[in-house]
Design a binder for this molecule. Structure first.
Ligand code: NAD
Length: 478
């Protein structure tokens, strides 16, 4: 391997190089705080070089035949497959996620590459109905050109891969700026894999660095044909405003405040099991985490009890310990945001702490808050931490109205009556709604095509397969 991931270099024009600034940052294992590598602190000069390399490489890459590009993708995929176990452990160290989360992240990335290698060999266009007799109308897919990708730290590898793999497959070249908290698993290992696969220089470039110094110059770069950004609403809004003034093409995948609706005829044990995954998987740090639980009064006490029994029994600790359900939060800043701007102010406004609400370093106890009202930050904000706020309503109509009041990506509704579930799902304004389930659609095979707004309704058809940690209703309180 020409470069060891974690050795603090950028990947530009097929070469592993230091940042123009000569500066590097430290990569830490989140559970221990130990240094496990370094990353180059890229800046506008490095972004300029990377975009220029991608521009120069694009015509030849786009001109390759589909089977030729698919061959490169298969080699890229083969490298990741051969290093799967190392990559899983790297993800666990760098993100603080447990093994199942890391396996999902790496496995989905590998699958995405394999799928894109197949998709590029399929139908490349359409014959359209002619607008007039005697005409023949054909459309074909052509590359956009140079893509810029800016990605977050929570699922760093597959959130890069979901745009990188189809982007490369269809003849685009790419400049990736991964999150500074996860630059190895989110960028450097992908550079090593692409290099090993023999991708032509400039086809894929990785510039690590922080948001303002490396991300912003990429977001604003006039040499891109499209910017794909996944991250917070705040940064997304800034990018949107800047792009609007310059007529640049961007695609934003942001966060929201997703709702988990428990109706008065729900199977409470199923809902509570599902809530553990929906709100606590990867410490609640996913864009599709359930951020507010809206529960009808008739079942509220039973639901709160079922949630609390489960949450209080979960083990928080080293993600490498197989008994651990929740690892550390990603950073002290993230912990302080959860505790000081969400939990403490909500308690001060009258919410009741049922369990949790304490932490040791980055290890935050799963927390259940009762009596949460729509005015509280625990209801209004995207939490991005292991907190379950419960809001009680009297009617189904109230649950629908409250859910629809905030931006969201994905909701769930729980009821024993599937027709009622579908009817409520249709009224909830989110890209994705689940009935008696959560997170069901998230695999490489189900990635939403980028340019449609579609509501997806997931029905739980087979018995839910929860990990043990989510299902054991325990008796001890921590
Ligand atoms: P973030 O916006 O702080 O950072 C995301 C990326 O943007 C990082 O690479 C960062 O370096 C970069 N960045 C930061 N400031 C920038 C700037 N001024 N200009 C350009 N780039 C900049 O978000 P985060 O904390 O890494 O991720 C959490 C957020 O991401 C949550 O809101 C979550 O909901 C969202 N998210 C959304 C999806 C989705 O698919 N919709 C998936 C995962 C995460």
């Amino acid at each position: 391997m020409p470069s060891q991931p974690g050795d603090g270099r950028l990947y530009i024009d097929g070469a592993f190089v230091p940042a123009a600034s000569g500066r590097t940052g430290v990569v830490e294992e989140k559970a221990t705080g130990k240094p496990i590598g370094s990353y180059a602190l890229g800046s506008a000069a490095d972004i300029d070089r990377a975009v220029a390399a991608a521009r120069a490489a694009q015509p030849a890459w786009g001109a390759l035949s589909a089977p030729e590009r698919a061959g490169y993708l298969r080699a890229f995929c083969g490298y990741l497959e051969a290093h799967r176990e190392e990559l899983v452990e790297q993800s666990m160290r760098e993100t603080g996620g447990v093994r199942a989360k890391a396996e999902d992240e790496v496995g989905t990335s590998i699958k995405q590459l394999a799928l894109s290698a197949v998709q590029v060999g399929e139908n490349a266009g359409d014959i359209l109905p002619p607008y007039k007799a005697g005409k023949l109308s054909l459309s074909r897919a052509v590359p956009l050109g140079v893509l810029g990708l800016i990605t977050p730290w929570n699922y760093p590898m597959n959130l890069a891969m979901r745009a990188l793999a189809p982007g490369l497959a269809f003849g685009n070249t790419v400049v990736l700026k991964p999150a500074e908290l996860t630059p190895v698993i989110g960028g450097q290992v992908l550079a090593a894999a692409a290099d090993h696969a023999g991708l032509p220089p400039g086809v894929f470039n990785v510039v690590t660095g922080d948001g303002p110094d490396a991300g912003w110059p990429l977001a604003r770069h006039q040499g891109l044909d499209m910017l794909d950004f996944t991250g917070s609403r705040e940064v997304g809004l800034a990018i949107d405003r800047a792009a609007a003034g310059e007529l640049r093409d961007i695609r934003l995948e942001l966060g929201g405040s997703n709702a988990f609706v428990v109706l008065d005829d729900a199977d409470i044990e199923v809902a509570a099991n599902c809530a553990m995954i929906a709100s606590l998987e990867f410490q609640g740090q996913t864009c599709i985490s359930a951020s507010r639980h809206i529960v009808q009064r008739a079942v509220a006490d039973d639901y709160l009890d079922a949630l609390t029994r489960r949450a209080a029994a979960l083990t928080v600790g080293d993600p490498f310990d197989p008994g651990t359900a929740l690892g550390p939060l990603i950073s002290a800043a993230q912990r302080d945001r959860v505790h000081r701007t969400i939990v403490e102010p909500s308690l001060a406004m009258g919410a009741r702490l049922v369990t949790g609400g304490t932490y040791d370093g980055l290890f935050y106890r799963p927390t259940v808050l009762a009596g949460v009202t729509p005015q509280m930050p625990a209801f209004r904000e995207e939490i991005f931490g292991p907190v379950i706020p419960v809001t009680v309503v009297d009617t189904e109509a109230e649950a629908v109205a409250l859910t629809n009041g905030l931006p969201m990506l994905m909701n769930s509704v729980f009821t024993r009556d599937l027709v009622r579930g579908l009817s409520v799902a249709e009224q909830l304004q989110a890209g994705e709604v689940h009935v008696n389930d959560a997170h069901a659609r998230h695999g490489a095979e189900n990635q939403m095509p980028g340019f449609t707004r579609r509501q997806w309704i997931g029905l739980q058809r087979t018995p839910l397969n929860f990990p043990d940690w989510a299902t054991a209703p325990a008796t001890q309180e921590s």
